[in-house]
Design a protein around this ligand. Structure first.
Ligand code: ADE
Length: 254
């Protein structure tokens, strides 16, 4: 197993965060489905970064913190309603077990503030994050408040659990960690930098099925290319994302 991945066994109820682990960005994931991690983050750029210790992963199975023999982590909602609710005592004990793991406590939920690039940047500057993946209808409100969990949504739709959201959040911030991408221009020229979507991209062949790459891109005139990219980025943003465009124009006037 990758030495940068720790997966909790049945007996391990407490975190084993220790001095020798204190390098890289620390991802701590509490989930009912530990085998979902690192999942796609074990491949490609994030996977290489995991292997090289730029980030490390500890997953804990929430079910191991259930107080009863039946190992149930959920119960019926007071006041009725559909579905089940994750018990506050179970959630609290699980979070206590990772009290020494660094970073903000995140709870992916459709009720959360919308995750975006600026949030990814903030998280990448933290030493790590603890992500609690809920299932069923969600967590008991008292433990969300008591543990000051920061609710984070990846969009206005409902997933069947927090795990895919956790993977997306981690993906977005891992690629921002120093040493993950080969060039830093990849970061400064992508969508949402300077508040715009990215300009269109072209590669070889120059003539594909009779469609020619915009001539300016093969002109060798760097100033003109730069101006073209800016204009294209502005045009796409104006057409596709009026919300971003409005904000961009506001900032431009300042
Ligand atoms: N869990 C369920 N739906 C979600 C969403 N849209 N974002 C984050 N976590 C979720």
């Amino acid at each position: 197993m990758n030495k940068h991945i720790q997966s909790q066994t049945k007996q391990q109820y407490s975190s084993s965060f220790c001095e020798k682990d204190k390098t890289g960005w620390h991802a701590t994931v509490l989930t009912l489905f530990p085998t979902m991690f690192p999942g796609p983050l074990g491949l490609s750029l994030a996977g290489k970064a995991l292997n090289s210790g730029i980030w490390n992963l500890k997953t804990l199975d929430i079910r191991n913190f259930a107080p009863n023999k039946s190992r149930s982590v959920d119960d019926y909602p007071f006041g009725g309603g559909s579905g089940m609710v994750m018990r506050p005592d179970v959630v609290d004990t699980a979070l206590e077990a990772v009290a020494d793991r660094p970073g903000p406590r995140l709870y992916p939920s459709p009720r959360g503030a919308i995750f975006d690039q600026s949030w990814a940047k903030i998280l990448a500057k933290e030493p790590g994050a603890v992500i609690f993946c809920g299932r069923y209808e969600g967590l008991d409100e008292r433990v969300i408040k008591a543990r000051k969990l920061k609710e984070v949504s990846i969009g206005d739709f409902v997933l069947s659990g927090g795990e895919p959201a956790a993977l997306i959040i981690m993906d977005a911030l891992i690629r921002l960690l120093p040493g993950v991408l080969r060039t830093t221009t990849a970061l400064t020229e992508e969508s949402f930098e300077n508040g715009l979507l990215e300009y269109p991209l072209y590669t070889h062949p120059r003539n594909w099925n009779g469609i020619i790459v915009p001539e300016i891109l093969t002109s060798g005139d760097h100033a003109k290319v730069k101006a073209w990219k800016r204009l294209e980025a502005e045009s796409i943003t104006r057409k596709r994302r009026p919300d971003l465009w409005k904000q961009y124009m506001k900032n431009k006037d300042k």
